[in-house]
Ligand binder design. Structure first.
Ligand SMILES: N[C@@H](CCC(=O)N[C@@H](CS)C(=O)NCC(=O)O)C(=O)O
Length: 212
């Protein structure tokens, strides 16, 4: 498979983790957001939304990480990233959606560019904007982890799930926006537990070929 992505993009990071957990090999094609490679006609032909990542499976080019990761789960069911009970699957998907639907989209590059260019936001204001949505989301994520009461090192029990796949890149991004993760000791501990696994460790932005 061919992964069009960017080392520092949270959604590319999330997809690398999912692919690694599934044990699927992939070649990386860097799309540099700093030089706006994603806004070229060449990339638009791959992803009409001009966002990263995109996954070329050899049979189709897929976009939107929630759809791609659910496809991976259905196409390569083992190891599963979801619990077996339908109620628990909904709980894990809700955790993932806090990040995927309610934190990441409002902190995306194009949103921050609009804040800078159309609303005169400086770096301090942009960091404050990002921190606002990260803190609200992490407060809820943390409360739900405490509530479901599943013991284990990960967000939902003792094996990584979709919840961890979404959480870890968002923590990485929170650090970039100077949010103190120690405010959520439970989430910091989950991040540490994930970092012990090769699937997460090797997906880290700093280790990607385009990070240099
Ligand atoms: N919902 C999409 C979001 C993709 C997305 O927003 N990617 C970001 C990088 S993390 C991007 O390409 N941003 C470019 C921009 O905002 O200009 C997904 O999950 O795939």
């Amino acid at each position: 498979m061919k992964l069009y992505g960017f080392f520092r993009s949270g959604t590319s990071h999330r997809l690398r983790i999912a692919l690694n957990l599934k044990g699927i090999a992939y070649e990386q094609v860097p799309v540099d957001l700093r030089t706006e490679r994603h806004l070229t006609a060449e990339y638009k032909a791959i992803n009409p939304q001009q966002l990263v990542p995109s996954l070329d499976t050899g049979e189709a080019i897929m976009t939107q990480t929630p759809a791609i990761i659910e496809w991976l789960e259905e196409r390569f069911p083992s190891p599963s990233l979801l619990p077996t009970s339908v109620d628990e699957r909904a709980q894990v998907r809700a955790l993932a959606a806090i990040v995927g639907c309610d934190i990441h989209p409002v902190n995306n590059r194009r949103v921050l560019e609009a804040l800078r260019n159309s609303f005169d936001a400086d770096d301090a204001a942009v960091n404050k904007w990002c921190a606002t949505w990260i803190e609200a989301g992490f407060d809820a994520f943390d409360a739900l982890v405490a509530q479901h009461g599943r013991s284990g090192a990960f967000a939902f029990g003792d094996a990584p799930t979709l919840a961890d796949v979404y959480l870890v890149p968002q923590i990485e991004s929170a650090r970039r926006f100077k949010v103190d993760i120690n405010r959520w000791p439970r989430l910091a501990a989950i991040d540490l537990a994930c970092a012990q696994l090769d699937a997460f460790r090797l997906a880290a932005p700093a280790l990607q070929p385009d990070a240099a």
